[in-house]
Every structure is written in structure tokens, then in C-alpha cells.
Ligand binder design. Structure first.
Ligand SMILES: Cc1ncc(COP(=O)(O)O)c(C=O)c1O
Length: 315
């Protein structure tokens, strides 16, 4: 991925090489975006967000990301002043101004706080959009991607869906962070979290797939409906693979022939160990690799691509 990044990015066309930001109608270097420390978006993690990638100068599935972002905002009763079309225009302009041709683009909606003298209640808070585009990065290093990720099934369960809607992309990551430390302590790269009934949900920043006897499967509950997950499901269909969307027990995960994970930050990444069990000669499995290669070659060809207009100037 890094080699491909370099191909697309030429330093002299990048205005803000560390990234661009947007807040309150203004565009700026990413390091200049400031969130008020007293806003609930920060103090209470009372925010939602989405992340879309730019590859070869084009957004990937931008409409799908914006639709999910709106669903997340509705779920958390966040209402910024911008329409979906306006949010899209902001992201286009911000990436155009940054000059970045491969980028990781975050868009957040935060709850502010009650005004002076107002009742302290979320209903009285302004909701606003903040965005940034920074150089693209993968969830895992090139080395981990090549050898396959080492995973554990975490003992910390995912926050239940009834408490926090996991389909609304959110900052309630204390469970994920605790599980990440557990993985670290066990010498693994990443954790997979189960729900309270022992079924697979997701991991920090990714959805999970199993492959058993040539059949692909991915969970249907208590997880974010990832856009990369959707892409992997589409690719299974294209490659003639059966893909089932259903509950997956911890044992099924531990005994799978292959496991792979999906994320905007890296696409499709194969797993080579689960709870210390070695799969596929300690490398990503063949079906996982096929889906990964197809994903990246289709992206190179402009699959679901929405080109950024780089011919923009500051007002
Ligand atoms: C908790 C969680 N699950 C899954 C994903 C994968 O979603 P997507 O493919 O849309 O990046 C993410 C993305 O960051 C995430 O934060």
C-alpha cells in the first residue's frame, strides 16, 4: 500500500502534507482545528463520525458513507445545520485544498453544550460538523498485512447494542481499548469482541469474516455495518462465493479455515492466528487473499470512485 501511496502523491502538489481540516465554515491545516474542551462532544464522547478514504484522487463510496453518517446522526439525535449535499461539498473542497491524492477523511458531528443560563441538557446544545483529511494509513502495518494478523478473542464483551447503538459510528471505545491492551499483553495484534451471548461482533476499527469449507460468513448484530464489509459482501458475490450474514459463535471463529477483517483503513486484511492457533501455514488464507487482491485492483480501476476536484483556491 505504501508503494502505491507514493505513486499517487507528488509532494509539490500537496498544500497541507500533514492534512487539512474544516470547522465553522473555514478550511485550515489539520493541526489548527480546535475543539472546545467543555463541549459534550469531547467531555461525554457525545459525537458521531464517519471515515471515508481517498485513493488515486477519488473518494470511495462517498454516498454510502454520507448516508451512514446521516443515519448515525439521526440515531444519536444530532442535527448539524449542513445537508448531506453540503457535507459532501465540504469534504470535496477540503481534500481538494489539501492536495492529498490518497487520504483518510474523517467527518464528525459533535454536540456542543448548553448556553449560559440555559438548562443543562443535550436538547439545548448546538451540533456542529468538524472534518479532516490526513495521509492514508492502514489499520495494520505492511508487515502484519503480509504475514496475517494475530488475533485473540477478548474477554471484554462489546458494549451491548441496547445500551449504545453500534450501527451509529461512535466514540464509546473503552471496551475496544481494554480489549486492545488484552491483545497486546498476549502478544497479539488485535482483539475480536463478543456480545454478551458469546457471538462475534467486531474489533477496534474493523468487521470480521470467517471462511469455513469455502463459505464466507460475517456477523449481523451489535456491530457497525462497515462500508468495507459491504464491499467484501459484494466481492463474494462477484467471485461466486457464498456469503452468509448471521450469528457466528466464538467456537466457529476459533475453528474457521480462514478469518479476514475489513476496514476503510486497509481494506481487506487476512488473519493467520486466532488465540494462538495457526491457520494456513501462518499466512492469510487463499480466499481472504483473493478478496483482498480483487478489492485493491478494482479500486485502482476506479470502482465506486468519485473524483476530487483539485483545481480549487482559498477564498
Ligand atoms: C467499530 C468499527 N467497526 C467496523 C469498522 C469498519 O467500517 P468501515 O468498513 O466502514 O471502515 C470501523 C471503522 O472504523 C469501526 O470503527
Amino acid at each position: 500500500l505504501n508503494a502505491q501511496n507514493r505513486e499517487h502523491a507528488s509532494a509539490d502538489t500537496i498544500r497541507w502534507p500533514n492534512g487539512a481540516g474544516y470547522m465553522n465554515g473555514a478550511y485550515m491545516p489539520v493541526t489548527e482545528v480546535r475543539i472546545p474542551v467543555t463541549d459534550w462532544g469531547y467531555r461525554r464522547s457525545d459525537a458521531t463520525y464517519d471515515v471515508v478514504s481517498v485513493w488515486g484522487g477519488a473518494f470511495f463510496r462517498l454516498d454510502d458513507h454520507i448516508k451512514r453518517f446521516r443515519r448515525s446522526m439521526d440515531s444519536l439525535r444530532l442535527k448539524p445545520k449542513e445537508s448531506d449535499e453540503e457535507i459532501k461539498a465540504i469534504l470535496h473542497r477540503m481534500v481538494g485544498l489539501s492536495g492529498l491524492r490518497t487520504a483518510y477523511v474523517g467527518v464528525d458531528c459533535l454536540r456542543g453544550r448548553s448556553g449560559p443560563g440555559e438548562r443543562i441538557h443535550p436538547v439545548n446544545a448546538r451540533n456542529y460538523i468538524v472534518a479532516f483529511a490526513s495521509p492514508y494509513h492502514s489499520l495494520m502495518s505492511d508487515e502484519v498485512v503480509a504475514r496475517g494478523a494475530h488475533m485473540i478473542v477478548a474477554s471484554t464483551p462489546r458494549i451491548p447494542q441496547r445500551s449504545v447503538d453500534a450501527t451509529a459510528k461512535n466514540f464509546h471505545w473503552a471496551d475496544m481499548t481494554r480489549a486492545s491492551f488484552e491483545a497486546e499483553d498476549k502478544g497479539a495484534d488485535n482483539p475480536v469482541l463478543l456480545d454478551y451471548d458469546g457471538y462475534v461482533t467486531e474489533g477496534p476499527g474493523f468487521n470480521v469474516f470467517t471462511v469455513t469449507d469455502g463459505v464466507v460468513a460475517t456477523p449481523d448484530f451489535n456491530m457497525l455495518e462497515g462500508i468495507s464489509r459491504l464491499s467484501a459482501i459484494d466481492l463474494c458475490e462477484e467471485l461466486g462465493l457464498r456469503c452468509e450474514i448471521r450469528k457466528i459463535s466464538a467456537d466457529e471463529l476459533r475453528e474457521a479455515d480462514e478469518i479476514f477483517v475489513t476496514s476503510t483503513a486497509g481494506g481487506i486484511i487476512g488473519v493467520s492466528r486466532i488465540d494462538g492457533r495457526i491457520m494456513n501455514n501462518d499466512r492469510p488464507g487463499p480466499i481472504s487473499q483473493k478478496i483482498r487482491e480483487t478489492y485493491w485492483s478494482k479500486r485502482e480501476e476506479g470502482w465506486h470512485a468519485d473524483p476530487v476536484n483539485y483545481d480549487v483556491t482559498m477564498d
